[in-house]
Design a protein around this ligand. Structure first.
Ligand code: GLC
Length: 614
């Protein structure tokens, strides 16, 4: 399988957010499973400065975009089994920052055009081009546009991953020809038009063969107006090719057994090192050195969608609990001021560092007891997974990836790996924080068991890579994976004890079904992939999106979609109790029931609705 991964940032070369973490880790994980992978990204000034000496100059060419005829250099580097390509154009990329410039539209149109232009200069002709967010959203559109004239472009299948739907690449329709070199038909037929703007992400979603969000719950949320930033109609329209694939974390980099950034190493079997890390954290930041007081921590950008308003509302009630509170992050002035002021009210019990500090963040992951993420929305989120790895139990609001990675504790059945609340309500958050604090203080054994389960979770990239390979297989019609049996067998014990992330993602969201019979590729002992629950007749191969010209006038479709009854958005999965094996069973049953129900009446979700009303 030959995959070209297109991204506007990737660790270790350049980073502004989570996309860079994904782009830095997923391609090597795909390569490890036997795929041939190349990544392509712009050669920004900072990348050239730091990595230029390790790169090889491959060639150059000229890229035609509207009336512009621009130079494009191609550099490459081999790393982690992947070829990393860098596109060079000083006018566009020799700048101090990655984004936020007046000509971003032109810059990333050039990037996307250049990716397609340079395809036959790469080490392979890709079977799949995998794009990310609005910056590379024009790639599937250009491939369709060129595909009208040249067969070879039609041979390429495309995937678009949405990391955050808030950023869509919206422009005045008048620039379509001038900036993007596209014919007016792309706007006239509605493919790239939304709310009167040219919308690159919308165009990509319609043109791509598969679309995915970075968690199953977020994939579902994208069909709801509250989360979708006007894209809900399109996402519903494309739900047959929409899925959710949870991101992973680098399990080697974040390993309390070997991490050199923390004071003392520890493991689920021997937690004494964590006590030392806690004492060290208290000393470092100036909290009272109380070993039996739970430390609640936040490491976060201080912006609204992280749910900080909830904390502002009930901070004083929180601080009446027998806990300490440490906050690390920078962001909006109003939150910075609030936290700065609040910390002064609770000397020795609450500490705020308005800073971006990698070392301190590791000391917090290792030393704290509870990790608070009350986000309003969170496409995937990374911190909660890192925290769990270090035995710091997450307290999250059930949204996006937080819902998919954190399973509320159920001591009676001995399941769960953290604490969660459903409604965006400060009262509910406070209730759960109280529950967590008193579980720590009054039931240390139960708290310890919960820690063990959190630390055993499998958040590896290998798991996500397998899901992406399944999507690639679906759209290319290939059978995959074929090389992973040994690796999977080796992982099985850990997977057994980590039910949460291996659990089948939300049934509705995962509609990119593998046409290959699952039993053929999956060894019997493996957790059943989602598709198993799908009756054969429903496992139809993904639909070919209609060629751009044939796309239904989407603008018209939007209001209709929006009028869809609310219960459709209630995830069927909510009807299933959270849990390990019992929950898996329940979910399977629920999803089977849901499938059956879908057959008879397409838009009912009463079970989910009832549950969410509870
Ligand atoms: C975005 C999302 C974040 C996600 C990351 C990587 O930054 O906001 O939740 O983890 O992308 O996909």
């Amino acid at each position: 399988m030959k995959i070209l991964y297109v991204t506007s940032e990737a660790v270790p070369f350049c980073k502004t957010g989570g996309l860079a973490d994904v782009a830095g880790s997923l391609p090597p994980a795909l390569a490890e499973q036997g795929a041939e992978v190349a990544v392509i990204l712009p050669l920004y000034a900072r990348v050239r400065d730091r990595f230029g000496s390790q790169m090889k100059f491959e060639c150059y060419d000229y890229v035609d975009l509207a009336w512009r005829h621009s130079y494009c250099g191609l550099f490459s580097m081999e790393k982690d089994g992947v070829t990393w390509y860098f596109l060079d154009n000083e006018q566009y990329f020799n700048r101090g920052t990655l984004y936020g410039q007046a000509d971003d539209g032109e810059r990333f149109a050039f990037f996307s055009r250049a990716v397609v232009r340079m395809l036959d200069r790469l080490k392979f002709w890709p079977e799949v081009v995998h794009c990310n967010d609005w910056q590379s959203a024009l790639v599937p559109i250009y491939l369709k546009d060129d595909g009208v004239r040249e067969d070879r472009f039609r041979s390429i299948k495309t995937v678009v991953t949405i990391h955050n739907v808030e950023y869509q690449g919206r422009y005045n329709p008048y620039v379509l020809g001038e900036l993007f070199g596209l014919d007016a038909g792309w706007v006239k037929d509605g493919t790239m038009l939304m709310d009167g703007d040219v919308n690159l992400l919308k165009g990509a979603v319609l043109c791509a063969d598969a679309v995915n969000a970075v968690s199953p719950t977020y994939a579902n949320e994208l069909k709801q107006p509250y989360f979708a930033h006007r894209m809900e109609g399109i996402m519903r329209q494309c739900s047959d090719k929409l899925s959710g694939v949870l991101n992973g974390i680098d399990m080697k980099l974040y390993d309390p057994r070997s991490d050199e950034r923390i004071l003392k190493n520890f493991s689920a079997e021997d937690m004494t090192g964590k006590d030392a890390c806690k004492a060290e954290l208290q000393r470092m930041v100036g909290l009272r050195e109380e070993p039996h007081t739970p430390i609640v921590a936040m490491v976060s950008r201080l912006v609204s969608h992280k749910g900080l308003d909830l904390i502002c509302e009930v901070l004083h009630d929180m601080m009446e609990l027998p806990m300490q509170f440490v906050v690390l992050g920078t962001g909006d002035q109003r939150y910075e001021e609030f936290f700065h002021w609040a910390a002064q009210q609770y000397p020795g019990r609450m500490v705020v560092r308005l800073d971006y500090n990698e070392d301190l963040s590791m000391a917090i992951y290792a030393g704290a007891d509870l990790f608070l993420m009350p986000s309003k929305s969170e496409p995937c989120g990374l911190s909660q997974m890192i925290a769990m790895r270090y035995g710091t139990l997450p307290i999250v609001r059930e949204t996006g990836g937080l819902k998919d990675t954190v399973q509320p504790h159920d001591d009676y059945n001995g399941v769960g790996n953290g604490f969660s609340f459903t409604n965006y309500s400060s009262g509910d958050m406070l209730h759960v924080i109280r529950e967590a604090v008193y579980l720590y203080k009054d039931y240390p054994d139960l708290f310890g068991n919960l820690r063990q389960r959190a630390m055993a979770c499998d958040f590896s990239w290998a798991r996500s890579a397998r899901e992406y390979l399944r999507i690639y297989a679906t759209i290319t019609g290939q059978t995959w994976p074929i090389h992973t049996d040994t690796r999977r067998a080796a992982e099985t014990p850990e997977e057994e004890s980590a039910p949460v992330v291996e659990t089948a993602p939300i049934e509705e969201a995962v509609s990119v079904e593998d046409p290959a019979p699952v039993e053929e590729t999956a060894p019997a002992e493996e957790p059943a992939p989602v598709v198993e629950a799908v009756p054969a007749e429903e496992a139809a191969p993904i639909k070919e999106p209609a060629p751009a010209g044939e796309t239904a006038p989407v603008e018209e479709a939007v209001p209709v979609e929006e009028a869809a009854p609310a219960e459709e958005s209630a995830p069927v999965e909510e009807a299933a109790p959270a849990g390990g094996k019992p929950a898996k069973k329940a979910r399977k049953t629920a999803s089977k029931a849901a499938k059956a129900e879908k057959k008879t009446s397409a838009k009912k979700g009463t079970a989910g609705k009832k549950k969410s009303a509870e």
